[in-house]
Design a protein around this ligand. Structure first.
Ligand SMILES: Cc1cc2nc3c(=O)[nH]c(=O)nc-3n(C[C@H](O)[C@H](O)[C@H](O)COP(=O)(O)OP(=O)(O)OC[C@H]3O[C@@H](n4cnc5c(N)ncnc54)[C@H](O)[C@@H]3O)c2cc1C
Length: 142
């Protein structure tokens, strides 16, 4: 790849890079992302977000889609091997913005939704690009 024709280049297309790309593209910036993985990473990692993050997702235009990749979780129990509850967190209800206090989700599913939103805003994503071998080799990804 020779050069990047964009206002903002983002390195890494995890959820943070995706969210940043969306927020910039919503504001009219031409965004290009370079991601070293050829394909999205499909194993689950992050599993929970709160009402503030739900509000942030809604601000990115994803409010109607929240229910497609997450579900409200009223209680979070820590159990021992016998299934006895040792500790219970009460996350029931909704926050000041009316979004659920706690939602559980699958990170790969979230990333699909974020990627679709970014694509709809014209974000350009180059996957499978390796970073330069040395910081002095400033010719970009290959
Ligand atoms: C096993 C595991 C369990 C987890 N469980 C939880 C949990 O229960 N709750 C929770 O909140 N969080 C959890 N996390 C953390 C959560 O997954 C991360 O906080 C989240 O993925 C961070 O998003 P990110 O976009 O900052 O980084 P990442 O998701 O790591 O994305 C960064 C991207 O940048 C790319 N990249 C990096 N360097 C370069 C480069 N030089 N050039 C091009 N591309 C590059 C990477 O390939 C990657 O795709 C867990 C993580 C792991 C590994």
């Amino acid at each position: 790849m020779n050069g990047l024709d964009c206002d903002v280049a983002i390195v890494g297309y995890g959820p943070v890079g995706q969210a940043l790309a969306i927020r910039l593209a919503e504001r009219g910036r031409r965004v290009t992302v370079v991601e070293r993985r050829a394909e999205p990473y499909l194993l689950p990692r992050a599993v929970h977000f709160d009402d503030e993050i739900a509000r942030a997702f809604a601000a990115m235009g994803l409010g109607p889609e929240l229910a497609t990749f997450s579900e409200q979780s009223d209680f979070y129990d820590w159990q021992n091997a016998a299934g006895e509850t040792l500790l219970r967190f009460d996350w029931s209800g909704r926050g000041p913005g009316a979004w659920p206090t706690a939602s559980m989700f699958s990170q790969p599913d979230l990333e699909v939704v974020l990627a679709a939103r970014a694509a709809s805003l014209g974000v350009v994503v180059h996957r499978g690009l390796q970073p330069p071998a040395s910081p002095t080799t400033a010719t970009g990804w290959s």
